[in-house]
Design a protein around this ligand. Structure first.
Ligand SMILES: [Mn+2]
Length: 321
């Protein structure tokens, strides 16, 4: 593995850099790519940012997205991948990477422990957001962190750290955030746009759904149901229900929370969450689904009340007294 100093030295020798980030980009992928692009611009090193897939709608408020291309338009002599654990994560750009790797130097800067170190120059350090690695790289490059750069880095920091709530948030994460705010990044603005902003239809569906929240087993299991009728009434769609299940889970007595969403006639998509001990992956697996210990999902078929009965019985088997 190389050091960031070695990678900075290699970058400074490049004439035209292609910067790739992983497909279906999140805030960290985008923030990593755009902040490095700003630093290279400052140093007079021509560069292009390329991401294979369309950007998600929640990130479209970000300034300067016209910089992001689907594939490189210019001939480049150095290829950098950011926030990308393996070549396949580049999506359609994986082929471009494989071809480029035969001819030119490649650089991989990432924070996933699973990174396969697929480039010629690799820097992989596990931390809350890859933007933390990129911020250090920018320092080694000798480029300033101006307001625009700071905002891109902050987007990565906020999104990958779950608004500074994940286990891997340490002193360095917060010190970098402080530095970015000092450089002029508007943390309140990004906080609102990344985590709080929602369309009126979602707010209406949220209120309707939560007012029907039900509790079972001494309030240790909470359940919400989202019907197609309520979505229609609110002008909302399936995609707007992300995060709904967190509300019942946050009730202090609740260990397991479920959202039961009608996706078709007699067909329900179940999202399960647990707080401290229940293995919802196992609960989902009893219905042919799966996921993780704290978050999983499955499909259930039949009448709503029958679905609720079967689900709550399964949950009861995993609750402790
Ligand atoms: Mn990341």
């Amino acid at each position: 593995m190389e050091t960031l100093q070695q990678i900075a030295n290699r970058l400074k020798k490049a004439k035209q850099v292609a910067i790739f980030a992983h497909m279906r980009p999140d805030g960290d992928a985008l923030g990593s790519a755009l902040s490095l692009s700003c630093a290279l611009d400052f140093l007079g090193i021509a560069n292009e940012v390329c991401i294979e897939t369309d950007l998600p709608s929640n990130l479209l408020f970000i300034n300067g997205l016209d910089k992001v291309k689907k594939k490189p338009e210019k001939e480049y002599d150095l290829l950098v991948t950011l926030d990308c654990s393996d070549e396949q994560r580049l999506g359609a750009l994986a082929d471009e990477f494989t071809k480029a790797k035969r001819k030119i130097d490649t650089v991989n800067v990432d924070h996933h422990i699973s990174n396969t170190k697929y480039a010629k120059f690799n820097y992989v350090r596990e931390c809350a957001a890859n933007c933390m690695n990129v911020a250090l790289l920018i320092e080694y490059l000798g480029a300033p962190i101006d307001k625009t750069t700071a905002e891109y880095l902050l987007i990565g920091l906020l999104t990958d750290s779950g608004n500074f709530s994940h286990d891997d948030v340490h002193e360095e994460t917060l010190l970098l955030a402080a530095k970015l705010v000092a450089a002029g990044a508007d943390i309140r603005y990004y906080n609102y746009n990344l985590f709080k902003k929602q369309p009126k239809a979602r707010a209406a569906l949220y209120a309707m759904t939560m007012s029907g929240m039900r509790f079972f087993f001494n309030d240790r299991f909470a359940l919400i149901t989202i019907t197609r009728e309520s979505m229609k009434k609110c002008g909302a769609d399936n995609g707007m229900t992300e995060g709904f299940v967190d509300f019942p889970l946050n009730v202090d007595t609740v260990e397991v929370a479920a959202s039961v969403m009608e996706v078709n006639y007699r067909q329900y998509k179940i999202s399960l969450r647990s707080k401290t001990y229940a293995d919802v992956n196992k609960i989902a697996a009893t219905f042919g689904g799966g996921g993780h210990v704290r978050a999983a999902g499955c499909m259930l078929f039949g009448d709503l009340e029958d679905v609720v009965d079967r689900l709550s019985y399964a949950v009861s088997q995993y609750l402790e007294d």
